[in-house]
Design a protein around this ligand. Structure first.
Ligand SMILES: NC(=O)c1ccc[n+]([C@@H]2O[C@H](COP(=O)([O-])OP(=O)(O)OC[C@H]3O[C@@H](n4cnc5c(N)ncnc54)[C@H](OP(=O)(O)O)[C@@H]3O)[C@@H](O)[C@H]2O)c1
Length: 284
């Protein structure tokens, strides 16, 4: 039987590559995005007549989620794979971030995944199976970077929630797994939102932020192509017994290795050196 897959945030990056790869591997794929004006990204792929449809879905909008998911369910009677990928980062000092900006971050990165997941559980439970893939981050395992407090918190939340939900859905044959990429070359940095209250001319954080950005280039220099993340997702959903979590990228490996071996203080020092001393997370 053809398996049906839904991917959120498919207009670019990891979501785009994952939708494409799933469709090319015979999953009937719904590449969802909040803004259909961006659906042209799939124009070339659609000429290959792969089983891919583009559907509007904004993970932060309850009505949009319900309409999209109900239509997909009406068409197919099932959903076998859900990839919760939509996400972004708000950047700024906690002092200059508004509570509203922090809540918005959670509304997409955490509650967005929860919302779409709640829409697929009944059908997966009735069909006694399915895989829910939560795209977290290595930043969901380790609070590495300053000025990403809300982003780290939203991904830490996704990780703890996933571990609990796995046990809840285990008896119904539903798998919930985590993907933890390191730096990936996507539109992520361009799509990052800055704290509205941040003014580089007056902010007490301006100097540190400037230094952080210069150092962050060393981190991004080790970024991988998003199709590597898509391949890990494809392998996981095709596996009869996928792992709980998959870290993707050499920087992630290096971060997890250090996290396991270093004390909290040593880990913090190492993380600071990675950006302040422009060393990056992979050391030769
Ligand atoms: N790039 C990295 O280094 C990295 C590392 C670790 C984890 N990740 C995670 O990977 C996931 C994908 O990010 P990416 O790197 O591929 O970045 P990206 O190129 O910026 O893609 C993010 C996608 O999420 C979509 N999106 C944002 N808010 C949405 C909403 N409310 N409803 C539906 N879609 C929404 C964006 O849509 P629009 O085009 O409409 O904005 C875009 O399609 C994110 O969860 C991110 O946290 C990325």
């Amino acid at each position: 039987m053809t398996k049906v897959a839904v991917v959120t945030g498919s207009s670019s990056g990891i979501g785009f590559e994952t939708s494409l790869l799933l469709a090319k591997n015979q999953f009937k794929t719904y590449a969802t995005m909040r803004n259909l004006n961006k659906s042209h990204v799939f124009n070339t792929a659609l000429k290959e007549e792969i089983p891919l449809s583009v559907v509007q879905l904004d993970v932060s909008d309850e009505a949009s989620v319900n309409i999209a998911m109900n239509n997909i369910l009406k068409e197919n009677g099932r959903i076998d794979v859900l990839v919760n990928n939509a996400g972004y980062s708000i950047f700024g000092s906690l002092e200059e971030l508004s509570l509203e900006e922090i809540k918005q971050e959670f509304e997409t990165n955490f509650f967005g995944a929860v919302r779409v997941t709640k829409a697929v559980i009944p059908t997966m439970r009735k069909n006694s199976g399915g895989t829910i893939v939560n795209v977290s981050s290595i930043g969901g395992k380790v609070g590495l970077l300053p000025f990403f407090t809300a982003y780290h918190a939203s991904k830490f939340a996704l990780e703890g929630y996933t571990e609990s939900l796995r046990q809840e859905l285990n008896d119904f044959g539903i798998n919930v797994i985590l993907i933890e990429p390191g730096a990936v070359g996507t539109n992520f940095m361009d799509n990052m939102k800055n704290a509205k209250n941040y003014n580089p001319n007056t902010s007490p954080y301006a100097g540190t932020i400037q230094k952080f950005f210069e150092g962050a280039q060393a981190i991004m220099a080790n970024s991988i192509h998003p199709n590597e993340v898509a391949q890990v997702i494809l392998n996981a959903v095709n596996s009869p017994s996928p792992n709980i979590r998959y870290s993707v990228g050499k920087d992630g490996e290096s971060i997890l290795k250090n996290r396991a071996q270093l004390s909290d203080e040593e880990m913090e020092k190492w993380a600071r050196e990675s950006y302040m001393d422009k060393k990056g997370f992979i050391r030769k």
